[in-house]
Design a protein around this ligand. Sequence first.
Ligand code: COA
Ligand code: AMP
Length: 630
Amino acid sequence: MAYDKLYADWKADPEAFWMNAAQQVDWMTPPTRALDATNAPIYEWFSDGMTNTCWNAVDRHVEAGRGAQLAIIHDSPVTRTKHAITYEELRNRVASLAGALRAKGVEKGDRVLIYMPMVPEALEAMLACARLGAVHSVVFGGFAANELAVRIDDCKPKAIIAASCGVEPSRVIHYKPLLDGALEMAAHKPDFCVIFQREQEVAKLIEGRDVSWHGFQYGVDPAECVPVPGNHPAYILYTSGTTGAPKGVVRHTGGQLVALNWTMKNIYDVGAGDVFWAASDVGWVVGHSYICYGPLIAGCTTVVFEGKPVGTPDAGTFWRVIQEHKVKSFFTAPTALRAIKRDDPQAKLVADYNLSSLKALFLAGERADPDTIKWAQAALGIPVIDHWWQTETGWAIAANPLGIEKLPVKIGSPSVPMPGYDVQVLDEGGHPAPAGTLGAITVKLPLPPGTLPTLWNAEDRFRKAYLTTYPGYYETGDAGYIDEDGYLYIMARTDDVINVAGHRLSTGAMEEVLAGHPDVAECAVIGIADALKGQSPLGLLCLNSDSGRVEADVIAECVKLMRESIGPVADFKRAVVVNRLPKTRSGKILRATIVKIADNEPFKMPATIEDPDVLEEIRKVLTESGIYPT
Ligand code: COA
Ligand code: AMP
């Protein structure tokens, strides 16, 4: 079997495996070795090679004679526009933007924060940073000004590149006022902001600080690609952790190039000239790896889709885009399919389109429920591939590697570990759990190229969060098991992270916001099952005894506060007031037990519970509020 052989080859000689993969990308100075274990358990890859991501993603395709091929297709049902950019145009646009950034002082190693919706200019901004060796940090548009400010203060950007607005089906998102608000809150001030004016809303520029995207490129010399070491940070991407402070996941240049290039052929089975579409957002890791870098490094055409699976204008939008742009490989989140299935349960709209170009559908970002997989299989008649990964890893830990061999699909499993990942399920004592037994999913160190080497300016936090519980292993934060055939099953998170509509959120961060409300004495946020979004946050609030407020008013204020503090992406719309929260005798809130009650699932009474009666009180409140059973 091709997969078994490849995986065994990697395991027998990881160094040779990755050095071989590294030959598929261009280096100004090729690396002499793959792994640098000098500072183990902190590992780096290709540290002594010199390369440039933008060269590999753009220029080399032009040099190879494919300058006229489409690099980016922007399909935007929310603005009713479509636009395509060839590789040669992309090279010229990115070189000009990079030249303008350089002229204003941006250099190798400087951070640049990017706050843009799904427009090609977002990719151009990322690539322009890569061209200069600047380190970008893209922030998702659904976050509030406060979250943006936290990220600005953490990565201290020299420049910010933002769009004037984003367009959601129901409203225009005022990016510029959000940015201005964030900069008022942040202690760190960038040297300048570049504003890409969209015609849906032109923003007012602040003199002396803001420059316009087009204006500041006037008359500048285009920039060439700056060689950087393989272990030079390519980007920082913030993701939710246990506390309110987001984790700045760092990605290194060489590892990302080699790993993403490897995945395009071996996992997604696409190559130069093929059309690849990941319906995600540049603000998430999927957007980094598979809207921007992966497809471009492989010389594919990437689709930048600014719309929703439903309502823009209907549940046939995905199928239209696939037909129109001849998409070969498509990647989305299960929640998007559930939204389509809800509007078009019989998948009748599929028949309106010619989907003959489409060879496979990939799902990730959250657990793919069997009903959704079966619905997609029946509707499309192509392989539906669940694969499992995280912001931290940047590419799939487990998948069904179509480009190597299509393994039998087991519904409910994202299939098998990819070369580079020695996945082990460990019990509480840190020993390997037998097949079929639930435990913590870990990866034996070192992690492969393209995964996180550390957290930005927070190596201690990196060690504590990922490397300490099981020495010698990376702790994924997911629990699950491996079956007798080596297939993985991802069952739950072991921490306070929840997954709402494929968006990773921290209940700890939400609790910090609720605790800031003057009438809230104590609170808990849990993720309860949601038929569309997978999980949905629910707040449980204990009010100050002297509060005297109408409960519904406090709840409405908490919902508003969450939207203002974290943003609409938190999707926090429901809360209940309770007298007490269930706790252990040592004072730990029993969140997992509350989830079981809310989801109407059987549970074992925790032996350490302080007062079992609280659970009945909670059940009663949830029943009366109409939330229980979900
Ligand atoms: N900028 C600003 N606001 C945004 C936003 C963005 N980029 N993306 C979402 N929001 C807002 C939405 O407008 C919504 O606001 P509202 O509360 O005022 O309605 C809120 O954030 C929640 O959005 P969402 O969770 O997306 O819910 P929805 O009801 O608008 O759409 C789905 C439901 C299932 C159609 C949608 O969640 C979806 O397409 N999910 C797929 C997600 C995905 O691909 N994730 C990538 C991971 S791989
Ligand atoms: P993110 O970092 O936002 O990509 O979220 C990563 C988390 O999403 C993982 O740790 C899992 O909890 C969950 N996840 C992602 N893909 C899958 C999948 N295919 N199956 C189950 N859970 C998944």
